[in-house]
Design a binder for this molecule. Structure first.
Ligand SMILES: Nc1ncnc2c1ncn2[C@@H]1O[C@H](COP(=O)(O)OP(=O)(O)OP(=O)(O)O)[C@@H](O)[C@H]1O
Ligand SMILES: CC(C)(CO)[C@@H](O)C(=O)NCCC(=O)O
Ligand SMILES: [K+]
Length: 259
């Protein structure tokens, strides 16, 4: 079985793929100081709790934080006796290499989202991922990542207001009932919620204009449902796009000889 690991700047997610479905999804915060033994203690406890019997034979990793990869490699080697496939490393083949400026390192999560979205929906897509950053990935007709947009994430914007302005509290995102807030919390929620609705609409409209062919918008990430239920920003919503993309890239490498 395959253990797929998606390491973002905020959270790290492990999912076990049995070839047909994900058996479980485990989430922890991302810390480069977490050791291989600490990962295993956490992982083994949860797998036991859910009653899952999984013989892990393969590990695939996407990490936007380079420093955590070392301990995850040790984890894979020590506990599953395998050498993980790490997206973005030269020995990890991609179904469609990105077409970007020379020397540009595309975030592995964006390459993985591209592969997952193309596998499910074909090309000519905008993938919007609401993570630490809100990213827009343009997936060309042939499935290649050909560029995109990076904006500060929703929670990052809320946190930035709190950190920079003495009188502004930390606020959790939610859909405000109205636009004109009558207290500080409502004012912040309105600014960030409706601001992001506008940001996503404007960016997608401009990408479509520049791209010059019809495109579908795929939304993913923890906050995508909140925006989708109240603003219909996407044509398609996917709750496991990054995990699916990891299985696609893993399968591609198995079939094409790198693993
Ligand atoms: N209604 C909500 N309000 C606040 N946070 C939410 C809500 N729904 C989901 N979340 C948060 O979304 C996060 C999951 O998002 P996701 O995994 O896409 O990105 P992330 O983990 O924040 O970022 P990254 O992948 O860059 O580390 C979780 O931390 C979860 O707490
Ligand atoms: C933009 C983030 C932080 C989103 O997770 C990640 O994809 C990343 O670190 N990217 C590197 C730069 C790029 O993708 O162009
Ligand atoms: K993510």
């Amino acid at each position: 079985m395959l253990l797929a690991i998606d390491c973002g700047n905020t959270n790290t997610v492990f999912s076990i793929w049995d070839g047909r479905e994900f058996l479980c999804t485990l989430r922890t915060s991302t810390h480069h100081s977490r050791t291989a033994d600490a990962y295993f203690t956490w992982y083994a406890t949860l797998v036991k709790h859910y009653g899952i019997e999984a013989e892990i034979t393969d590990v695939v990793i996407s990490s936007t934080v380079p420093r955590v990869v070392f301990n995850l490699r040790v984890f894979a080697d020590r506990f599953f006796g395998c050498r993980p496939l790490v997206v973005g490393k030269p020995d990890c083949l991609l179904p469609f290499p990105p077409r970007v400026d020379e020397g540009t390192q595309v975030g592995p999560d964006r390459l993985v989202n591209t592969a997952g979205a193309f596998d499910r929906h074909g090309g000519d897509l905008i993938v919007v991922d609401f993570g630490t950053a809100t990213t827009f990935d343009v997936v060309a007709h042939d499935g290649a990542y050909v560029g995109g947009v990076i904006s500060p994430g929703v929670n990052l914007s809320l946190e930035a207001l709190h950190l920079a302005a003495a009188a502004l509290p930390h606020v959790d995102i939610s859909k405000p009932q109205k636009v004109i807030g009558t207290n500080t919390v409502e004012c912040i929620q309105s600014g960030v919620f409706w601001g992001y609705v506008g940001l996503v609409r404007e960016v997608c409209e401009r990408i479509r204009g520049e791209y010059g062919a019809p495109m579908k918008i795929v939304g993913t990430g923890g906050l995508a449902p909140l925006f989708q239920q109240s603003a219909q920003l996407f044509d398609i919503f996917e709750d496991d796009l990054t995990m699916h993309g990891l299985t696609v890239i893993h399968r591609y490498n198995k079939e094409n000889g790198s693993q």
